[in-house]
Each structure stands twice: as C-alpha cells, then as structure tokens.
Design a protein around this ligand. Structure first.
Ligand code: ZN
Ligand code: ZN
Length: 360
C-alpha cells in the first residue's frame, strides 16, 4: 500500500503554497486563498476487499497497515486525526481543547473506501439555520450559536463492512393456518365464531447466498451516539480511499476492533439467515429449531463516512447536532427556553382569566 498518512504528506497549493483542502461534492482539492484547484487522481479503479480470516489469524487483532497521527481526547476518549496544520483545535464530540503536543502515532487498518463529503460547511450551516428556525421554544442564543461556523466540524466516521458467502442448513416447523367454527353460549342463546388454528408440519433444508456490505459502526458509542436517523449513507458513492479527501476534515480512528466488529456482523448474518430460512419454510408462520450457519469467502473493508457535528454548551449542558455529510439529513438534541414556555403559559392563563371575567 503506497498511501501513508505521515506529516510529509502535505497538500500544498502549487500556485501560492497555502494548504489545499478537499472541496465537498467534487474530486478536487481547492486552495482557500487563490482558488487554485487540483484533481484527485484515482489510483485504483476498484476498492480492495481484504480477506478477513487472514487479518484475524495471521495479522492479528491489532493488525495495522499504516500509521496515523492521532489526537486523543482526555474527556471523551475519542481518537481523531486532523489532516491540516492547525493552531488550536477542540474535540469534535465534546469540545475539549486538544493539544498538538499530545499527538500519537498509531497503527490502523487503512480505509479501503470513503464516501467523500458532498455538502460543504456553508450548506451544512444553511441546513442548521433552517432547522433552528423551525424548532419551537428554543432559547434566542441558540439561534446565534447555530450561526457560528467555527463550532461546526466535518468528521469522517469509521465503519467496518463485511461481505461473505452464507450457507445455512436448518430444521424447523411450518405452520399453516386453518379456521374452525366453534359454538359458544351467551345469555341470549348459542352463537358461533371462527377460530384460527395452526397445523404444524416438520420442515428442513438449506439456504445460501451472498451477503453484501453488512455495515458495522466502528466507533464506540458511550458518550457519542450518532443518531440512527441520520446514519444512512448510499454506499454506491464509495470511492477508492485517498488521504486527499480527508484534507480540511477530522477523521476518527475506529475504537471497535476488527474482531469485535466481525463478531457483531455475525449476529446480523444470523438474522439474514433466519429471514431466508423463514421464506424457505413458507406457510403462514414458522418455527426455527436448529440451524448450522457457515460463512465463507469472508472479506471486509474499513470505510469512512461523512457527518457534520456541532457541539456547544448551553447552561452548562452539552447539546449535539448532526448532519449527514452526504444526504443533508439533520438530527439533534435541543434546549428549551424556560422563559418562552413560562410566558406562553402565563399568556394563556391571562386569556382564560379575561374570558372568565367577561363571561360573568
Ligand atoms: Zn493557492
Ligand atoms: Zn472529546
């Protein structure tokens, strides 16, 4: 692998020498000073699927193929990589100031593919503004906070994806519904009703097929859960990884190991197998008694997916907003203004009182 993420790998402007940054929605780097643009060359035509068992057994759990410079947040323990030169920086998740001297060199499995940012910070800001304007009872200073571009970070999230050939044999029961007429007594005489019953018959067989791109979040959740509402990306837009796409953004290193990610993916593969088995059994309802699930030709990729995060303090409490960097979907926790709600309630009480007085 020829890509490295070392400090020598600077992206500087051929025209003025300033730092080049990735221009969202394109395959270009752009100079913020003189406007010079440079095309990001695609080195490979398709992305590599890495052989899973080789990584797990031979290379080991702590497998890495490259080193990356990482800043570790002492507050929330997120590991983040920043491509550009910076003077001051704070944690994308919790806002804790990060110190350049705390940079560590660590190994990581190089991403195989990336969905580059499609929205730039300006567009993300526009989405924030609209969202904030629409929420009721928000404190006034929230509207000011959302206008602050400095508080908005573009972050590449780490994910594992797994592919495999799945084969499962099973034993179970097939249930077919049928109805019987029952008579029952009431005060007014005898009545009849239809009652549903199930006829069970044994079923066994096997299913097989290819499972593509089981997506596993490789970032430990604890304090920084990306809302599931925005955690959907079109993986059709994955491109071959190139560090140039990271320029100007923050990249998080996975905290869920390949081994643990693989373990989670097996649970999902099991669910897929059960769905296939239920279809194979047929009938109206099914019971699965035993299965033997085998995965073969397993491959994986480490991929990066884009999200914008804004975190800020409001009355000593931390609030987060998230925007999907590909689709623009937004989700966030929001504070409520005590005074806005208080005055509204007060207004309603006054109106009721006035009506009551005039109604007398
Ligand atoms: Zn320039
Ligand atoms: Zn943090």
């Amino acid at each position: 692998m020829e890509e490295t993420l070392t400090s020598e790998d600077k992206k500087s402007c051929a025209s003025c020498g300033a730092e080049l940054k990735y221009k969202p929605g394109s395959h270009q780097l752009k100079c913020g000073y003189c406007g010079y643009e440079e095309y990001i060359e695609q080195t490979k035509s398709s992305f590599e699927e890495l052989e899973l068992q080789h990584y797990l057994k031979v290379v080991g759990e702590n497998a890495y193929t490259e080193t990356i410079s990482l800043l570790h947040c002492k507050n929330c323990s997120a590991n983040q990589h920043v491509e550009e030169n910076y003077k001051s920086l704070s944690c994308v998740y919790c806002g804790e100031p990060l110190i350049k001297e705390d940079t560590n060199e660590e190994g990581w499995i190089l991403p195989g593919a990336i969905v580059p940012f499609q929205l730039d910070a300006r567009k993300a800001k526009g989405i924030f503004k609209k969202w904030v304007a629409k929420i009721w009872f928000a404190p006034n200073n929230l509207k000011r906070a959302s206008l602050d571009l400095e508080g908005l970070h573009g972050l590449y999230l780490p994910y594992w994806t797994f592919d495999a050939q799945l084969y499962a044999s099973y034993q179970g029961m097939r249930g077919d519904y049928y109805y019987v007429t029952e008579t029952y007594r009431t005060k007014n005489g005898t009545r009849t009703r239809q009652v549903r019953k199930t006829r069970w018959s044994p079923a066994s067989g096997d299913v097989n097929g290819f499972i593509d791109d089981i997506l596993i979040n490789a970032s430990e959740k604890k304090r920084r859960d990306i809302p599931s509402k925005i955690a959907h990306w079109s993986l059709k837009e994955l491109v071959v990884f190139n560090t140039k796409y990271l320029s100007g953004f923050v990249t998080e290193k996975y905290t869920i190991s390949l081994k643990d990610g693989h373990h989670q993916s097996f649970q999902e593969a099991k669910e897929i197998a059960h769905n296939w088995i239920r279809q194979d059994i047929g009938g109206d309802t099914q019971r699965i008694q035993s299965t033997d699930i085998k995965l073969s030709e397993e491959t994986f990729k480490h991929i990066l997916l884009p999200v914008y995060i804004s975190s800020y303090d409001y009355n000593g409490k931390e609030f987060h907003f998230y925007i999907n960097g590909q689709t623009g979907e937004i989700s966030g926790k929001r504070p409520y203004s005590f005074w806005k709600i208080f005055f509204l309630v007060l207004l309603i009480v006054v109106i009721i009182a006035v009506i009551a007085i005039f109604a007398q």
